[in-house]
Design a binder for this molecule. Sequence first.
Ligand SMILES: Nc1ncnc2c1ncn2[C@@H]1O[C@H](COP(=O)(O)OP(=O)(O)OP(=O)(O)O)[C@@H](O)[C@H]1O
Length: 648
Amino acid sequence: MECTNGEGPLGISPSEPTNPVWVKRKKPMRGFSHLAPRNPLEITYFDVHYWVPDGRRGMKEILKGLDGRMKPGELTAIMGPSGAGKSSLMNILAGYRQNGVTGKVEMNGRERDLRVFRHLSTYIPQQDHVIPNLTVMESMRVAANLKLPSSMPSKDKLTTVVEILEHLGIQNCAETRAGCLSGGQKKRLCIALELVNNPPVLFFDEPTSGLDSSSCLQCVSLLKMLASEGRTVICTIHQPSARILEIFDHLILLSEGMCLYNDTIASLVPYLKLFNLHCPSYHNPADFVMEVAVGDHGREAMKALCDAVKLNATKPPELEIPDPETPLDANGQSSTPLSGLWGRIENSMRKKLTKETKPEFIDDLKAEYAVSFAKQVQCLYLRFLKTTTRDLMLMYIRGGSHVVAGLFLGIMYFDMGDDAMSVYRNASALFFTIILVFYASMMPTVLTYPLEVPVLLREILNKWYSLKAYYVAKTLADVPFAVLCTFIYLLICYYMTSQPLDAHRFFRYLAISTYIALVGQTLGLMIGTLFDIQAAVFLGPVFTAPFLLFSGFFLSVKAMPKYIRWLSYVSFLKYYFEGTMFCIYGYNRPDLQCNQPYCHFKNPDKFLREMDLEENVYWEDFWVLVAYNIVLRFAAYFVLRWKLHHSR
Ligand SMILES: Nc1ncnc2c1ncn2[C@@H]1O[C@H](COP(=O)(O)OP(=O)(O)OP(=O)(O)O)[C@@H](O)[C@H]1O
């Protein structure tokens, strides 16, 4: 892929130093002034349990009754050992996990309306899925066109985009293709894309994974800046350095689905001392709490912490925290017995959560997309065209394969189309066309579509557009390439093999061939949705090869054993082959040329009869293919919907 870094609308000259991974700022980060103001949103959750099926053993409890609150203006970290349930908790709070979940999640004190919440929150996954062929600026423009109201002038949209890029320190990469960005820059681009409509809640799944220590620091500082402007920012994180941990406002420590700590970072170390868990000086508190969470300091300590969180032992206001320096007794226990501590814990979590002031609930929240369905389709269609034409390698391979195959076929079967002695050979040439047109349209989709799915997933889940709009745009965007490639190929081989030069035959042939190309793309879409690239590349041809067998070329339908004859009616290639034969040999075609004393198939109708194609059913075949494609498109849509639903 070509990585451009030219001068663009931001006026950045290529001679300037480019791509500072995380720009070191001379001034502290300012707030955004051009983003649409949004109301703060607080999330509270009560008694959240999460069960998953566990084979024959029934159900396994992943989260065991969690309570908590995530406030606007705070950066919350969810930490814990691998498998503790961090992602599960975040997915439940983001609304992506619903099955097997019990408990209550509220937004601003009212029961969460998931449809509204999805439009107010954004989820940034661990992997930075961006469209590699679009530049940063182009990606941002698409985001702005989809996520900001159509009524907003383009100039204002551009100002918003530029401001975000400047704040995130990627303005110098505005004209760089996303595929060429460094890991840190990609992460920033993902954040920038989601900030366009200024969501009040941001979920980040391990935002620092894959970044070096200084990039991690910059990344978490950026999240802090976003939080400090009133957003509710929640992220899972594995093992931050002490310096990074300090930046967070709030920590939720999980272990085996239970919460061991749920309070501010500042009170973490003193709080642990209450339980005789003394973080040694010069020891990273993040490492220390992870040791506690994996049970290095005993399971009793874990249980005590967990019980304490349940009873809201996390620094209730009236609780006097004992002096951490209190000497230990002879058994190494604190002189403040835990039982005494329990007695002084009176506020339950629920009580505390409901007592504290909450941001106002906003009643005008709507579960609507920013732009109309038509506008979504238009933006996505243009994006598809741009990304496809930018993928030069694929374009060359696709176009080139049609030209080369057309030429080869033309050379091999040169001038045979009108020869009565070569009708079988000509039928082979027509059959080869089926293989080429069908596979050359199916395989690029099989290859490229699995790469598109993660981006689609992110954008759909973050409510950029509806799946229907995406699908309509994708369907429309496939058509020009199917028509163009098929046209080029047919033009070459039709002329070289001396098929009858009648416009009506050629265009009928083109129409039915284009349709088979579209069927190929639809099947590619379905296979690419269901499987990853490796499996799809193998399964695509394997799955479709039997359709060739039942196409009627190797064995006419009438000659097939009766009990498998029905399979040929399922084979869309049968309709294509039949339709093609009628285009070329039907429609009262005059006698073929015969250079021998006797040519058995001089009369084209005789050849059709020989192939068991007596009645001309071209239009029937054509409409069956149209119906086939429509049914397959719907099926592919539902497969995609199912896949998206299960990928959450
Ligand atoms: N759908 C599921 N089916 C079966 N098990 C599941 C499912 N979802 C989560 N789990 C299990 O729940 C546990 C917690 O998973 P989760 O992904 O939340 O952990 P995590 O703390 O985010 O781990 P990591 O840091 O490794 O990503 C794991 O043991 C995981 O195998």
